[in-house]
Design a protein around this ligand. Structure first.
Ligand SMILES: [Cu+2]
Length: 270
């Protein structure tokens, strides 16, 4: 009798252990479930809110351009990875007399199936320097905000901030191609409107027209396709360059059939 009960108890313990392991929401940091992408990323900072610790990475140095960010989130003081999170982020520039935010794509509540990290993106509109400094504020939904991360933002030429003829202020960003080639290039832009200093909703009610132009030789290039909204503030199309060298791409914003602004991007085409 004793042995029989003991065997049953023992079996229950083993089955429980297996079940708990199988549906554990966390996994070990060294587990082979997590690929080596972290090795290829640039560490930005580590911070805590007392409940979770986060490690922030980017795919390269952060610049005034489209920057993808990657977050690893662990239970505070442990190596246990959190599977789901209500993480929201706000890039904030402190300019002394005022602060402002920037366009942001919030992280998904789940880890990306490929990178096994929480992925997001930001477009800082100004470089760090004499004008001010950037931090990444975050809140994982645990009731207290996390310690802000300091971010160094370098100057790039992928972001244009301007007031159009409808008196709205826009942020137009060249995302792809980052190294344009002679021939057909898939094109991705994003467009945001500055609703307030802290709010930059994506724009869907404008049309974009593109015109590649080689100013030094006074010619354009046939076959480009105007970028169309593809969701989440992205616009996708095609841009064609018929030779290598220095090119301009003019992007015209159109509202209800009226041209309201023209932006010029300078590109070096290989
Ligand atoms: Cu600023």
């Amino acid at each position: 009798m004793f042995f029989k009960n003991f065997t049953i108890l023992f079996s229950i313990l083993i089955i429980s252990a297996l079940l708990l392991n199988g549906c554990d929401i966390t996994a070990s940091k060294s587990g082979d479930k997590y690929p080596d992408i972290i090795e290829t990323l640039v560490p930005i900072c580590s911070a805590s809110d007392g409940i979770v610790d986060i490690d922030v990475y980017s795919s390269g140095p952060i610049a005034t351009s489209y920057n993808r960010l990657y977050f690893d989130i662990l239970e505070n003081g442990t190596e246990n990875r959190v599977a789901e999170s209500g993480l929201t982020i706000t890039p904030v520039m402190d300019m002394g007399h005022h602060v402002h935010a920037a366009p942001v794509w919030q992280p998904n509540p789940d880890r990306d199936p490929d990178s096994q990290l929480f992925e997001a993106a930001i477009i800082p509109t100004m470089p760090s320097g004499d004008m001010g400094s950037w931090s990444l504020q975050w809140d994982a939904g645990n009731g207290n905000a996390g310690e802000p991360c300091q971010m160094e933002v370098m100057q790039a030429s992928d972001v244009k901030v301007f007031t159009a003829e409808n008196d709205e202020r826009y942020i137009l960003t060249w995302i792809h191609p980052d190294s344009p080639k002679t021939g057909i290039n898939d094109l991705t832009l994003s467009l945001h409107r500055r609703e307030s200093m802290m709010s930059f909703p994506e724009v869907q009610d404008l049309q974009l027209e593109i015109r590649p132009w080689m100013g030094s030789m006074d010619h354009g290039s046939e076959g480009s396709e105007n970028p169309e909204p593809s969701g989440d503030g992205y616009f996708e199309g095609r841009v064609v360059f018929n030779m290598s060298g220095d090119w301009q791409v003019y992007v015209t914003l159109i509202e209800d059939g009226e041209e309201i602004y023209e932006v010029e991007f300078e590109l070096q085409v290989e």
